[in-house]
Design a protein around this ligand. Structure first.
Ligand code: SAH
Length: 221
């Protein structure tokens, strides 16, 4: 997301009670923070947070964490939270590359990736949030029931992501190249800011759901 530097954004994020500032002290302690044993779902690259805030309002029995690396983008979500605070939602102003430092193995139950930056140049492929190296980070923090749900309007990024899923040994649970025309996968779909913008231009929306490789009992390597 291209955003101008917004004056005061860093300070506002640093003071916000909705942002977790000591995430590296938290692995294994996220349920304590929320004060319950509910599942934890996370969006990485949440932008202004509309998708996640709608989910959190609809599903009080699920805990949500939004990760956004840029304070000037996260600021918009903080402003919305001030108007309508949600007890089951916190934000991290961090880089997804550090995920394993914030969460214990198995602590996260679902990861949403929505309209992730495409990084079209081949030399930047490792930065794509669906690259094999990022999938390994997700696999490290996801629970046994965990999954990744990824939406984009960028066909090249989607094809790259399908290849990553296969290369990383993940299992593809569902996949569509036109989400809004797929009644089953579109049921209950919550549109993100980018999804609304790009589908209004006529772009089809691609979606996949995948689960990390599981260690099968009795197959110790
Ligand atoms: N999910 C939102 C925003 C999509 S734009 C929507 O669908 O409307 C992608 C967002 O991901 C940007 O705000 C960008 O700053 C953030 N982002 C990209 N790489 C990231 C990373 N490594 N860690 C955290 N956030 C990241």
């Amino acid at each position: 997301m291209r955003l101008k530097h917004i004056k005061g954004a860093e300070e506002a994020v640093a003071r916000s009670p909705f942002v977790i500032h000591d995430a590296k002290e938290r692995p294994g302690a996220w349920r304590q923070l929320f004060g319950n044993e509910n599942p934890i779902h996370m969006e990485i690259g949440m932008g202004k947070g509309r998708f996640l805030m709608e989910l959190a309002a609809r599903n009080p029995q699920i805990n949500y964490i939004g990760v956004e690396r840029y304070s000037s983008v996260l600021l918009r979500a903080l402003q919305k939270m001030e108007e309508e605070p949600l007890p089951n939602l916190y934000f991290l102003c961090e880089d997804a590359a550090e995920l394993e430092e914030f969460f214990a193995p198995g602590e996260v139950d679902r990861i949403y990736l929505n309209f992730s930056d495409p990084w079209p140049k081949a030399r930047h492929a490792r930065r794509r949030l669906t690259s094999v190296n990022h999938l390994a980070r997700y696999a490290a923090v996801l629970s046994g029931e965990g999954r990744v749900e990824f939406k984009t309007d960028n066909e090249a990024l989607f094809d790259f992501s399908l290849e990553s899923v296969e290369e990383a040994g993940w299992r593809l649970l569902e996949c569509t190249r036109n989400l809004h025309q797929d009644p089953r996968m579109n049921e209950g779909n919550i549109m993100t800011e980018y999804e609304e913008k790009f589908s209004a231009k006529g772009n089809p929306i691609f979606k996949l759901t995948a689960v990390p490789p599981r260690d099968l009992p009795g197959t110790d390597a």
